[in-house]
Ligand binder design. Sequence first.
Ligand code: AMP
Ligand code: ZN
Length: 396
Amino acid sequence: MNESLLIQPSLAIPEHLVGEVQSKLAYVDEAIRRAVVAPSGDQIEVFLFHPVSSAEAAHIDRKVQQVVETMAKGAFKPKVQILEDKLDIATPYQQDPMEELLRRGEISQEAAGIYTLGPLITHLMDYFEQHFIELADSFEAAPYRFPTLIPAEYMERVNYFRAFPHSLTFATHLRQDIDAIDHFAQHAACEHGVLKTPPDSFAGVQTLLSPAVCYHLYFALADKHLPNGQLAATAVGNCFRYEAINLTSLERLWNFTMREVIFVGPKDYVLENREVARQRMQRVMAETGLAYRIESANDPFFIGEFRKQAAFQSAFQLKFEIRARLPFKDSTLAVGSYNYHQDFFGRHLNITLPDGSPAHTGCVAFGLERIAFAFLAQYGLDSAAWPQHVHEAIYG
Ligand code: AMP
Ligand code: ZN
């Protein structure tokens, strides 16, 4: 019986893919508690929730090998483009803020990836959000409110199921059947946090929990002409991405909050505004004191889709991430992104410009919990040590 497995991938994982492969190993088998890819890429250690037989171990090995092969075979290192580099800004704090946040009752965990946030983080999120709202206002972006639920039909239309199946969260309800509802009412009970109820009590899945904000705007514009040929909009919303065993701290949440500024129109309009947004944010980032870098990036496409889609995104410079420094682990965390989708949504959702061509779209997206977390990781929980601008804006 094995409680951990040492796997030699048949193909060495290139250095730039080590993190991507490691995050996907979370979805390989339910027995996996943690998976660590050696930085050299030639060894994977897999820790399990419970001992497995050698046949089961061989099965896990095979699945891991397949992930590595699919993601790494023929992969080439994308050229990382750096647009701003302020990673070396001196910041005073070195600890992981999680422990202190939990100890002070500033956060409490309801379940993996689900946290209640107290006043400290709430103030910080509001502070950052105020800046994002000012950014939106500078474009005269129209304010929107979007639902948390999102229809499966639309998600299918934009190929979401193929690109990100692993991170979906489904929303359903009991069938409108008195016997099923009565049975549920009498017998529903949780076992180890899992609701035990016959699967056929539930209706078919028509809706999911939204993984992003801007999709709702594109869905609202589907099968229509864009009235003025261009549109800037903004909204904040709850977003959901199931990240399995990667949901370990405020860094990676199942349920998080995103503020987006969204541009829809001709190609030049979208690209220019994405760039203007980045330039306007430079001053804001300086005021907040955050150490960060802006670099080209790709979305976390699922295994089979990864190589082609990631290469496409980097070849066309479709995504840039604001990556804030996490001093306690000597790494960086994406706190926001500047995205250009070309005419992908325009084509798939039939959003047309006055000349009949498909609209282009782009968005600037900020993760509010993440930016507050990165700030605390750099400046600590004691507001006296924060940059003056932040301290004064929050506490006067
Ligand atoms: P993306 O659309 O993937 O570029 O996401 C936009 C922003 O949302 C990221 O830069 C993060 O700040 C935030 N974000 C994405 N996924 C998560 C997550 N699982 N937990 C917390 N924040 C997230
Ligand atoms: Zn977006």
